[in-house]
Ligand binder design. Structure first.
Ligand code: C5J
Length: 221
């Protein structure tokens, strides 16, 4: 079985029971001029994940292994967006407002979709999720159970929000999660650093942390 050097210790996984999950690599979060940037964020902090993630996805695909992509967003009538989420903060643009790439975080809009570099191919699963976590109000749990997946390699954005929420819940549901430091990103360097430390602290309180080249080597051995 492949094993990678990780924190707090080696992460060993069965290729028949492991899925790669790519969280919210959407234009609204990553594109210069988009929603993320309009909130004052530095999108380069997220964009540094694109190249390593593209290499990982290519390697994963070449082994015929399952990939699950997620997209955070809402129905055009916003019926799945609670007021507490819609009205929070005072951004210059809110979910559902017209943005540079269509209505912000609305399903079917250009900005809601995954960036060109990491577009899903073939029968790769795409989960549309209204929340931060990938399990809430989605059929992710059924998909994983049906395919016998017990381990997740977790990538995407943002580290301290949708990646953390998903990994914490996956851990509670019994999945072993390996988070790849170079393939997850936060707009805030300090949150990136602490977010990763939190996962692997206390003997791996809710997961393991490694770098993507270690996983690429392990699955190609
Ligand atoms: C955020 C996400 N940060 N995908 N979404 O609102 O982490």
């Amino acid at each position: 079985m492949p094993s990678v050097d990780a924190k707090p210790g080696n992460f060993t996984f069965d290729l028949d029971k492991t899925a790669l999950i790519v969280i919210d690599m959407q234009r609204d979060f990553l594109m210069p001029g988009g929603f993320g940037e309009s909130l004052g964020n530095d999108v380069s902090q997220l964009r540094r994940t694109i190249e390593p993630l593209a290499a990982l996805i290519a390697a994963w695909r070449s082994q015929g292994l399952p990939i699950i992509h997620t997209r955070e967003g809402h129905k055009p009538d916003l019926s799945d967006c609670p007021p507490a989420k819609l009205n929070r903060g005072a951004p210059s643009q809110r979910i559902g407002d017209p943005g540079a790439f269509g209505r912000i975080l609305i399903q079917g809009e250009y900005g809601h979709d995954i960036i060109d570099e990491l577009q899903p191919v073939g029968d790769e699963v795409v989960i549309d999720k209204p929340g931060k976590g990938a399990f809430y109000a989605t059929d992710l749990s059924e998909i994983l159970e049906k395919s016998g997946v017990t381990s997740l390699i977790v990538t995407g954005v943002t580290t301290e929000v949708c990646v953390h929420t998903t990994v914490r819940e996956a851990n509670d549901r019994g999945y072993e999660c390996l988070v790849l430091a170079d393939c997850v990103g936060s707009y805030f360097p300090e949150f990136q650093q602490v977010g990763l430390q939190m996962i692997a602290a206390q003997g791996g309180i809710f997961g393991w942390v490694a770098e993507s080249p270690a996983v690429i080597s392990a699955i190609q051995e």
